[in-house]
Design a binder for this molecule. Structure first.
Ligand SMILES: [Zn+2]
Length: 287
């Protein structure tokens, strides 16, 4: 038994769970933890969510990326194509509502598991990118951090006719192409050291989030009035641990996600409606 009833599976704006959510957010000092579900309305598929399509191939792991030159080469070939969709994605009403709540002084920090930069594009500030960002690269050889846009320009010059158009990419920005096409891709070296390899500045599966970034997030959560989870099934521990920490400290947790989440038993408020409906309504009520 939990002290506060968990309200589930409501479908109407104006429902009891939305009232409870609005009440919690109106108290302020909210820290947001967002996941892929927040970006699905921007055309970036949620590969883990209940409504998301199954991935067509397994995600790149850190081990494959660092130890398998061919796997890495194919990753960059897919990513070259997928980047166009990521770059073309625009923030949706949910991102903008988070920005509005922040501008109204109700939301403090934003922790995101997304690597698409759409929170910032939607007006949010002080965003901690837990899993990094696709808009930059890091050289595994010399450590140089560089912008993805400049790399993309160089890749276009090296690959003027590369690849069929694809209509779907994964959240980590790669796309589905046959291996023989991928192998024809031309990768370019790091500009700083002339070598590489270059890696997108994102945390791959099998890779650890940098310790200081985790500590920064724990500090945010520990000072929060409440933790608001948006569009994450909390499958991976890298995000779920913040819910555990909040719950342990008695900090109220609210979860807005269409499908079930690993954190449901820890949630004080649970809203199962689409973010694109809930967040604008929430911002209208309290911001
Ligand atoms: Zn380098």
């Amino acid at each position: 038994m939990t002290a506060v009833p968990i309200l589930r599976q409501t479908t109407e704006p104006g429902s009891a769970s939305l009232d409870a959510l609005a009440e919690l957010v109106a108290d302020g000092d909210v820290v947001v933890l967002s996941g892929a579900g927040l970006s699905t309305d921007s055309g970036i598929p949620d590969y883990r969510g209940a409504s998301g399509s199954l991935r067509r191939h397994t995600p790149m792991t850190y081990q494959t990326f660092t130890r398998d030159p061919r796997g890495r080469h194919r990753y960059w070939a897919r990513s070259f194509v997928g980047w166009r969709q990521i770059r073309g994605a625009r923030p949706n009403a949910g991102h903008e509502a988070v920005g509005d709540l922040q501008a109204a002084g109700l939301v403090g920090g934003v922790i995101t598991q997304n690597v698409d930069g759409l929170h910032q594009a939607g007006g949010a500030r002080d965003v901690v990118e837990l899993h990094g960002g696709l808009d930059r690269t890091v050289c595994l050889g010399c450590g140089d951090v560089a912008g993805r846009a400049a790399l993309d320009m160089r890749l276009r010059q090296a690959n003027p006719d590369f690849g069929p158009r694809v209509d779907e990419v994964n959240p980590d920005g790669d796309a589905e192409l046959p291996d023989d096409v991928l192998d024809g891709f031309v990768m370019v070296p790091c500009l700083a050291c002339g070598d590489g390899p270059l890696k997108p500045d994102v945390v791959f599966f099998g890779e650890t989030v940098p310790r200081e970034r985790v500590e920064q997030c724990f500090a945010l959560v520990e000072q929060a009035g409440s933790l608001l989870v948006l569009g994450s099934s909390l499958t991976v521990m890298s995000g779920y641990r913040f819910v555990l920490r909040a719950a342990k400290l008695g900090i109220p947790v609210a979860i807005v996600n269409v499908g079930p989440t690993r954190g449901d038993a820890k949630a004080d408020v649970r809203v199962a409606d689409p973010l694109g409906e809930v967040l604008p309504e929430l911002a209208r009520r309290v911001a």
